[in-house]
Ligand binder design. Structure first.
Ligand code: GRF
Length: 202
């Protein structure tokens, strides 16, 4: 399967996917990496792996709709089977969802439906939950609301601050992302309402 990965930051989830795809049995390859900003480690990781990159900045367009259309065209040019948002800090717009809806995955560093939005680890810590985690889901028009593909639980430790908790979540998040994307790529899947059904094992 052909994967296009979109990033906005450090790209450790992207790196985990790149590392996994070194094994041909994984069943997927990262054919391009896109971003909404330049100068980020996520793009550098792609360049080091000789993966084509593109950048589509909101500020270079008259409005969000034009940006959404341009981003959609950039992704479409690489003909992905699946799109993975790996720390991509923008909402997918209507053009994007029209083209890639149902086959765009995102990860959220909390156990949905708890703590949606930009600050999952901070919000979990402030609430005082003792278990949080990460959620892989199919992107829809909402904020972290799409059909859930996989979840992993992570303990909150007494001495945690936001950074230490987020790092522990990310360790589990990367493993979940790699395992699930590989399985979806190898087996294929159908999505009916909120239920994702895997195809037959290859
Ligand atoms: C991940 O925890 C992701 O869920 C969140 O931002 C982090 C991205 O990390 N939205 P990285 O860029 O993959 O290292």
């Amino acid at each position: 399967a052909r994967l296009v990965v979109l990033v906005s930051g450090s790209g450790t989830n992207l790196q985990a996917l790149i590392d996994a795809t070194a094994d041909p049995a994984y069943g997927a390859e990262v054919v391009a990496v896109g971003a909404d900003r330049d100068g980020i480690e996520g793009l550098a990781r792609a360049e080091r792996a000789a993966i084509p990159t593109f950048v589509e900045k909101l500020a270079d367009h008259p409005d969000r709709e034009a940006w959404d259309a341009a981003l959609t065209a950039q992704v479409a040019a690489h003909e992905p089977d699946l799109v993975v948002l790996a720390g991509f800090m923008k909402l997918a717009g209507p053009h994007f969802l029209g083209r890639f809806g149902g086959r765009t995955l995102n990860t959220h560093p909390a156990l949905s439906p708890s703590f949606p939005g930009m600050h999952g680890p901070r919000d979990a810590l402030e609430y005082g939950v003792k278990i949080t985690g990460a959620t892989l889901f199919v992107v829809d028009a909402g904020v972290d609301t799409g059909p859930i593909v996989a979840q992993v639980a992570v303990q909150v430790l007494p001495d945690d601050d936001v950074a230490s908790l987020h790092e522990r979540i990310k360790t589990s998040e990367r493993r979940m992302l790699v395992d699930s994307v590989g399985e979806l790529a190898r087996r294929g899947f159908t999505l009916t309402d909120r239920t994702l059904t895997l195809g037959d094992p290859a």
